[in-house]
Design a protein around this ligand. Structure first.
Ligand SMILES: Cc1cc2nc3c(=O)[nH]c(=O)nc-3n(C[C@H](O)[C@H](O)[C@H](O)COP(=O)(O)O)c2cc1C
Length: 152
């Protein structure tokens, strides 16, 4: 199976995490492409395989600046994405209260609006309480890949 990680990051935490997970691709029986979200549009979802939205949150529950173009393209270029299977790794900090992991949640809501189907639960990584985010994310990904339809 092939995975495309779409990475939204302000200060590099989400990018570093995605790079760490990419190192485990062979062990998981996958290949992983990492794409920073900068400048992407909805056409990225025409790629084969499944997708992982790996994004932090900035402002008050906002998507990172480098994710704005793709996030807004999901409105401006809205079309049915029923073929898309995706997972979400959402980085945030629960000290921000109601806006916790808003970046990942926003992508999740918008993709579901367009008919895309999320596989599994969102992986929430809380900077205030997650001691080993790499380990938690790898455990999540290891289980997640088993839930993705094999024919993708
Ligand atoms: C200015 C600023 C605003 C933030 N706002 C939120 C927020 O609203 N909700 C949240 O869950 N985390 C928020 N965070 C926490 C980040 O999402 C978290 O630290 C994350 O690990 C950063 O990853 P990155 O380096 O990939 O951007 C904020 C961080 C900063 C610096």
């Amino acid at each position: 199976m092939h995975l495309t990680f779409l990475v939204g990051s302000v200060h590099g935490n989400a990018t570093a995490l995605a790079q760490t997970l990419q190192l485990s691709a062979a062990d998981l029986g996958t290949t992983i492409d990492l794409l920073p979200m900068d400048g992407l549009d909805i056409a990225v979802f025409d790629r084969p395989g499944a997708f992982v939205i790996c994004t932090s949150t900035t402002g008050t529950g906002d998507v990172p600046d480098n994710a704005q173009a793709l996030y807004h393209a999901l409105d401006a270029q809205a079309r049915y994405l029923g073929h898309v299977r995706y997972g979400v790794i959402a980085l945030g900090d629960s000290s921000y209260g109601d806006s916790f992991c808003g970046g990942g949640k926003r992508f999740d809501e918008r993709l579901q609006d367009l008919g895309a189907r999320r596989v599994g639960d969102i992986c929430f990584l809380d900077a205030s309480s997650t001691m080993e985010p790499d380990d938690e994310a790898l455990a999540w990904l290891t289980h997640w890949v088993t839930q993705v339809p094999a024919d993708l």
